[in-house]
Structure formats: structure tokens, C-alpha cells
Ligand binder design. Structure first.
Ligand code: H79
Length: 421
């Protein structure tokens, strides 16, 4: 059973991930400092320069809403340690750049105003903080630097900082719907971050907040740790068969996926997914009981890249006509059909038809069980018939696409109302 505070999350299915920070200026992705082994000093010019004059959170919120997204998650702090919010615990924040304001506050207010739920991404990794532990040498920007090798910070001080920032984020901005921690690895997982204490503090401020699983607990255990989280977070992949715990019960999950091949803005990366790929990816998530958190990486000026907006607009057109097959829907009890995928909500089955094939569309086992069939996009009647040549398949129902005037869209959805669930 899904816990009640997670219900809205698994109902809404589709969210926007926003990766934005100083790394938008070099425009080579959010890992640039680590990949190019830049020192704090070498990264500093981007701090001095950061001035996103085109940042309009309301515009982003409209883009997300029109794409059919119901919630968003934005980087309050990524691995580089730069804070987009006005933290009292550091000077390394947007208010001290030419931007001169709390960019997270604007995001939260704008998205909430458009009726979207708001979430915050917070990186546990922090390449800027002097007390951040150095066990992660293989990814730290200063891993080959002699002076860095002998640097030993006070881990306790970093923990106080991190817990303090999470408290700020959950105290100063009203309701926060999702907290998205990133990233625990190797032996630095779980209680090393004082995670139980952290989560207890979070729930005392925001009892219903939905938390991801990246503090490092085991969600699949029969008795997960308090910090194990509310949902699994596969990154850049869709789980082959959904996600279950050790008892075989379905778990909540959300795949996070980029539109091109980077999270943070990367000027040279034009390898964008098509609207069809995105729509089918979303449907695949829903058909396996999960969510899609689709990423955009705004540029240094504060704009979501044109290509991303174009894709989202196309997705939005489809969602406008077919969103009923996504929101509140989940896996179908029928096996995956050859021509596409099913999603289901109560006694409504949604047939997402990707491949019409050469003959009639076959609904395995549904003979006599379909009360009515409609094209979801416009509500028009679709006749369920048994063609003369289907005598060998008495259990199945069929619709014929050759006779009906069905639009050949990227993802045609037929809504089947069953006589009983
Ligand atoms: O915020 C996004 C990533 O920056 C972050 N999680 C998502 C949501 C993330 N942190 N760590 N990882 C992902 C895993 C590390 C992947 C790596 Fe690499 C492979 C680090 C070095 C090689 C990807 C490719 C990053 C740089 C090159």
C-alpha cells in the first residue's frame, strides 16, 4: 500500500526537473568543475558573472504546466555547492552574485501560483564547502591537487551546515512537496549523514513531504530505515518491470531523465529526444507504476533552451488530449500488447497504439468485456467488432483501424470501458 502522503505524487506522474546554477555559464554540464578539475578560484569568475537577466520563473511554470507536468524539482544546491537560495549559512549564494536575489523563492512562488507542486533538489556532495569529507577523491575537482590531499575538514561541521540548510529550505518557503537528495555512494550512506535525525527534523517541519531514496537506506527491506525514502529514483533509465520490495509489493518510483544528454545546460549537446520518445517514455513509466521527472537545463541568461521548450510544447499538445491515460493511471492487469502499451485506471483501460500493424488491433481476452470504446483525443466512437477472419480467437476483442478514420498520431489512445473492473 502506498502511504497516504505519497498518493498525490504517484497520481500526478509527470514532473519537471530543473538543473540550474553557475555551470550554465561554461555550458558544459553540471559536472564541469569535477571533469575539468577546476579549483574554487578557477570556478569563481562564473560566480562573479552570474546574472540571469532573462530568468522568469512564471514563464518556466507556464511551460511546465502546458506540457502537462504537475510538479517540479529544482536544484537549490548542486555538487558545486553554489546555492540558488538565500542561505544564512554561506556566502556562496545567488544573492551575492550580480543576480542579487533568491532564485529559489521566485521558482517556488511562480510554480505554486500555476498550481504545480514544488520540490527541491539538494546535493549532499559539496565540492565547495571546506569541511566536506574527502573520501570521494575520485570525483572531487581537487583530487590531483597536492595541497588538497592534506586538507582535512571537520565532518561534523559539514553535517551541521547541511542539516541547517535543509532546515532553512523547509522553514522559509511554505510547503515543500518533494525533497530530492543527491547523492550517497560507497560507504558514505545512511547514518553517516545523521540521516535519521535529518529526516525526523524534516518531518517535524513538513510532515507530508515526499523524500527520495538517496540518503542511502533500503526501501526494499521489510522494515526500511526511517531515512529510506518514499520513492526509488532510477536515473537515466526506465526499470524493466517496475520496482517491487522484498515481499514482491510494488514500490513508488520516479525515473529522472534528461531531454538531451546533460542535466545542466550544455551548449554543444543537441542530441535531443523526440516528443514521441518522451511521450512513450512517460506512458512506459505509468504502465509500470512509476513517474517521469523530465529535466531541463536553463542557460546562463535564465532561459529554458528553445529545443527543450519546443519538445515540451509538443508533449503538452498530446497531454492536453490524452492526459486522462496518464494522471491517476497505473499498470494494467493485461500483459503488454504487441502493438503498444496499456495503462489503466479503475475500469478504464487505455490502449496506446504505437504500431497499427497489418490487420485489426487485437485486445487479448477482452471479448464481451468491453462496454464501449472511444478515441480518447476527441471522444468519438470506436467500433469493437469481431472480424470474419477471427474465428480462431474467440476470447479476444478487435478494432479495425483500416475502416475507422483514426488519426495516425505519435501515440493514438483508445479508451476501453470495461463492463467490470
Ligand atoms: O544531478 C544529476 C547528476 O549530476 C547527478 N544526479 C543527477 C540527477 C549525479 N551525481 N552523480 N551521478 C549522477 C553519478 C555519477 C556519474 C558519473 Fe559522470 C560518471 C560521474 C563521472 C562519470 C556523468 C558523466 C557525470 C560526469 C560524467
Amino acid at each position: 500500500m502506498t502511504a497516504s502522503h505519497v498518493r498525490w505524487f504517484m497520481n500526478d506522474r509527470f514532473g519537471m526537473f530543473v538543473h540550474w546554477g553557475l555551470y550554465a555559464i561554461p555550458a558544459r554540464g553540471e559536472w564541469v568543475r569535477s571533469l575539468e578539475k577546476m579549483s574554487v578560484a578557477e570556478y569563481q569568475p562564473f560566480f562573479e558573472e552570474f546574472n540571469p537577466v532573462k530568468y522568469d520563473a512564471k514563464k518556466w511554470a507556464r511551460t511546465a504546466k502546458e506540457a502537462g507536468m504537475k510538479y517540479a524539482v529544482m536544484t537549490a544546491k548542486h555538487h558545486d555547492g553554489f546555492c540558488l537560495f538565500d542561505s544564512k549559512l554561506t556566502d556562496y549564494k545567488a544573492t551575492n552574485t550580480p543576480a542579487g536575489r533568491d532564485l529559489i523563492r521566485e521558482y517556488i512562488e511562480a510554480f505554486r501560483e500555476e498550481g504545480l507542486r514544488v520540490g527541491l533538489y539538494y546535493s549532499i556532495i559539496d565540492w565547495h564547502h571546506q569541511d566536506y569529507p574527502h573520501f570521494g577523491d575520485k570525483i572531487h575537482p581537487m583530487r590531483d591537487n597536492e595541497s588538497y590531499r592534506d586538507h582535512r575538514g571537520e565532518f561534523e561541521r559539514y553535517l551541521t551546515y547541511m542539516h541547517g540548510q535543509v532546515k532553512e529550505l523547509l522553514t522559509n518557503y511554505g510547503t515543500i512537496d518533494v525533497m530530492w537528495f543527491d547523492f550517497s555512494y560507497d560507504d558514505m550512506i545512511g547514518e553517516k549523514w545523521k540521516s535519521s535525525e535529518l529526516v525526523r527534523m524534516m518531518r517535524s517541519i513538513q510532515p507530508d513531504i515526499v523524500i527520495d531514496n538517496r540518503l542511502g537506506g533500503n526501501m526494499k527491506a521489510s522494515e526500511p530505515e526511517i531515512y529510506a525514502g518514499d520513492f526509488m529514483s532510477p536515473e537515466q533509465l526506465l526499470p524493466p518491470e517496475g520496482v517491487v520490495n522484498e515481499a514482491g509489493e510494488p514500490l513508488s518510483w520516479e525515473s529522472c531523465i534528461t531531454l538531451n544528454d546533460h542535466w545542466g545546460y550544455c551548449a554543444s549537446d543537441t542530441n535531443y529526444k523526440s516528443p514521441q520518445t518522451v511521450i512513450r517514455g512517460l506512458v512506459e513509466c505509468v504502465s509500470k507504476g512509476g513517474n517521469l521527472l523530465l529535466n531541463v537545463g536553463p542557460n546562463a541568461k535564465g532561459e529554458i533552451p528553445r529545443q527543450s521548450v519546443d519538445i515540451l510544447n509538443e508533449v503538452g499538445k498530446w497531454m492536453d488530449a490524452n492526459g486522462a491515460s496518464v494522471y491517476g493511471c497505473g499498470p494494467c492487469k493485461l500483459a503488454k500488447p504487441e502493438w503498444g502499451r496499456y495503462t489503466q485506471r479503475g475500469n478504464l483501460i487505455y490502449a496506446h497504439i504505437y504500431d497499427r500493424g497489418m490487420g485489426p488491433i487485437n485486445f487479448r481476452g477482452l471479448q464481451g468485456k468491453i462496454k464501449r470504446a472511444r478515441l480518447l483525443a476527441d471522444g468519438s466512437e470506436i467500433k469493437v467488432e469481431t472480424p470474419w477472419n477471427a474465428w480462431e480467437y474467440p476470447e479476444d476483442a478487435f478494432i479495425s483501424f483500416s475502416s475507422a478514420s483514426l488519426p495516425d498520431e505519435i501515440n493514438t489512445v483508445v479508451e476501453l470501458e470495461l463492463s467490470e473492473e
